[in-house]
Design a protein. Structure first.
Length: 453
């Protein structure tokens, strides 16, 4: 099943659709709280050394607070000593939330000067997915105290203070060890800086009717990058394949002093399964490249005419321009001419930066390109071309893809991939060890190798 990522609008829509199907808000709250308590009791508590059965539940005035009251009731039934804390009075609770507090039959205490270090677990049920403005200084103070003093924090749905759609902090947030989220994970769980605040993510079913989730999943445009999303389209080698049935990739090398990036791209294109990879190299760089390469073929190409003659003659399926090429007129010339070919075209690094002063014309050229283009910028390169786009990382990447009619991979620990039709995928399987020179070159080679097939 595809892993959807909800924004706040869709999260609210799902609740509304469930209510329209006859599931009450109270029932949704009850199930969310019960399932969350089960995660705490069965999966989180057993890993705590010297558990003293003390849990503080911090509740806000909205539905997230109601979920917290239900969690507290089920924990209490398990013999756990609970304290219910809030910055809000009972008068601020809506009727459904107030009933959950009455069912709990426990006093709602003002947070005051509570020492959170006395609890084995602090449950954050202050704000849910709906937060849309900065929290006030009282909450900022409480968030900081909870983060500083707590032994272990569990947030319900999303850590309080995190914007669901952007992953931004408002301006402070609870830093959870675990986040128990409802129905589907949220966009903000996987975007920086919030990605550092969610801890381990547990997704629980809260009783949403299957016909509701089916309607939401049909054509939904935000997904988590996982094998079940793309594995059916992965090109596995067939027994009767030969190298040219697996695609031929052409990579443009940089000059003699900067050849390494293109070699990394060429090698990774071969490793990901391309049948043949050729490195286009100037005469001056030819010996340097030849010394380092074995399976990758090398072709001496010294100008744009020779480059595109080779492209025509050798039935190239995928072309990579940018890694180590240099910010110069030759790189621009290759890129613009390549856009006129019906080919898979990967543009990285210098193929992007070369157009910093002509970004409008470059975007227009991409828009009318005959090639299937993938551009792979990091944040700095992205801003050179699309710096006028506003909004979250998702919104900017999506707008860039639609505007340029290209697939855009905006790299980072929270890489966002957007296609021209507005579909967005977030990659969560990332490592800070990828923050090193050459990682982007390898990525461009992977893209070229896969599209060649």
């Amino acid at each position: 099943m595809n892993k959807l990522l909800l924004n706040k609008e869709t999260a609210y829509l799902i609740d509304k659709m469930a209510v329209d199907e006859g599931v009450s808000l109270s029932d949704l709250m009850e199930t969310a709280g019960k399932r969350s308590a089960e995660i705490i009791i069965n999966e989180i508590v057993p890993k705590i050394k010297n558990f003293n059965k003390k849990i503080y539940v911090i509740c806000g005035p909205g539905n997230n607070g109601g979920d917290g009251f239900v969690v507290a009731r089920y924990l209490k039934e398990e013999g756990i000593s609970i304290r219910i804390l809030s910055l809000n009075s009972e008068k601020e609770l809506n009727n459904v939330v107030m009933q959950k507090l009455k069912d709990l039959d426990t006093e709602l205490e003002n947070i005051g000067e509570i020492s959170f270090s006395e609890a084995d677990v602090v449950v954050d049920a202050i704000f849910g997915v709906g937060i849309n403005r900065p929290v006030n200084k009282n909450y900022v103070k409480v968030f900081r105290e909870i983060n500083k003093e707590s032994k272990l924090i569990v947030s319900l749905d999303i850590p309080s203070g995190v914007d669901t759609d952007t992953g931004l902090l408002m301006p402070e947030a609870i830093k959870a060890d675990h986040t128990i989220t409802f129905v589907y994970p949220k966009l903000g769980h996987y975007l920086l800086p919030a990605k550092k605040y969610v801890g381990n993510i547990h997704v629980v079913d809260i009783g949403i009717p299957i016909n509701v989730t089916s309607k939401i999943e049909n054509g939904y445009m935000f997904h988590l990058n996982s094998p079940d999303y793309w594995i059916s389209d992965f090109k596995w080698p067939a027994e009767d394949d030969h190298k040219y049935k697996r695609g031929h990739v052409l990579v443009q090398s940089g000059p003699e002093s900067s050849t390494g990036a293109a070699r990394l791209a060429a090698i990774s294109a071969l490793r990901i399964g391309a049948g043949a990879v050729t490195l286009s190299s100037s005469r001056e760089a030819l010996n340097v490249n030849a010394t380092h390469l074995t399976s990758v073929m090398i072709k001496e190409i010294n100008n744009s005419e020779e480059f595109f003659n080779f492209l025509d003659q050798k039935k190239i399926n995928s072309l990579i321009i940018g890694p180590g090429c240099g910010v110069n007129q030759f790189t621009k010339e290759l890129t613009l001419n390549a856009l006129n070919y019906k080919i898979s075209l990967i543009l990285d690094a210098d193929a992007i930066s070369s157009f910093e002063e002509e970004s409008v014309d470059f975007i227009k050229a991409l828009e009318y390109s005959k090639a299937d283009v993938i551009i792979t910028p990091h944040e700095g390169e992205f801003n050179k071309i699309f710096g006028n786009l506003k909004g979250s990382k998702i919104e900017r990447t999506k707008s860039a893809a639609i505007k340029s009619k290209s697939t855009v991979i905006l790299k980072g620990n929270d890489t966002v991939i957007a296609s021209p039709d507005g579909e967005v995928i977030i990659s969560d399987k990332t490592s800070p060890f990828l923050a090193t020179a050459g990682s982007g070159d390898v990525l461009s080679g992977i893209c070229g190798g896969l599209t060649a097939q």
